[in-house]
Design a protein around this ligand. Structure first.
Ligand code: CA
Length: 228
């Protein structure tokens, strides 16, 4: 699934240039010309990263960054601030408002993409590509296959990632919020009960092999993958 980058920039030429570069690099570009449009896109599409211009009509980029950081649903979305200002005091203000990084115009596409990738890497939890074998299950990240007692089972992408996370972190209890952070990453508009839905689907897929009991509900806390 391609990551979505929201570009908040009021100058059409720069917006176009940013969208072009982001799309060329394999991301999905969403565009907004002001804070209102930005919020609309954030609600509708849950972007994975925001490129935010400092100088915007009505609500400035700095103010928008503060708003994003103070809202529980958006506080984890990485922000890279774009600006024509280069002085150190402005840079500090930009970062204090909650931006993860800061880039001064004019910038090269190469520099921009390097910053985007660096910020993304800090935010999306990485799971290893190594095969995991445990409790009668065999999960191969590279081929995206799961065997339960030697028989292949079909899992959706989220269930696969959920099972991968559990198998990599067995015998520990995770709350729904922790699972959202680890499995869904920065898609912050996913509600906690979504976790239950995917746990239910994962258990249903494991049921034929009798391995659904590996996914344990820990009352009042969350879920645990346990082979004991
Ligand atoms: Ca501007």
């Amino acid at each position: 699934m391609n990551a979505k980058i929201l570009i908040v920039e009021d100058e059409p030429a720069i917006q176009e240039l940013l969208a072009f570069n982001v799309t060329q690099a394999g991301f999905i570009a969403l565009r907004a010309g002001d804070a209102d449009e930005a919020w609309q896109h954030i609600r509708d599409y849950s972007p994975d990263l925001i490129l935010l211009d400092w100088m915007l009509p009505s609500i400035s980029g700095v103010v928008l960054a503060r708003q994003l950081r103070s809202d529980a649903r958006t506080k984890e979305i990485p922000i890279i601030m774009l600006t024509a200002r280069g002085d150190e005091r402005d840079k500090v203000l930009g970062l204090e408002s909650g931006a993860d990084d800061y880039i001064t115009k004019p910038f090269s596409p190469r520099e921009l993409m390097a910053r985007i990738r660096a910020v993304m890497r800090r935010h999306i939890p990485i799971l290893s590509d190594d095969k995991v074998v445990m409790g009668g299950l065999e999960l191969s990240p590279e081929s995206h296959r799961v065997l339960a007692k030697g028989l292949p089972i079909e899992l959706g992408p989220t269930e696969f990632r959920l099972l991968h996370f559990f198998m990599s972190h067995a015998e520990r209890v995770y709350s729904r919020t922790q699972l959202l952070d680890q499995v869904w990453g920065t898609q912050v508009f996913v509600e906690e009960r979504t976790v239950d839905v995917h746990i239910r689907r994962l258990r249903a897929s494991l049921e034929v092999s009798g391995l659904d009991s590996l996914i344990q509900t820990v009352r009042g806390s969350g879920y645990r993958f346990s082979i004991s």
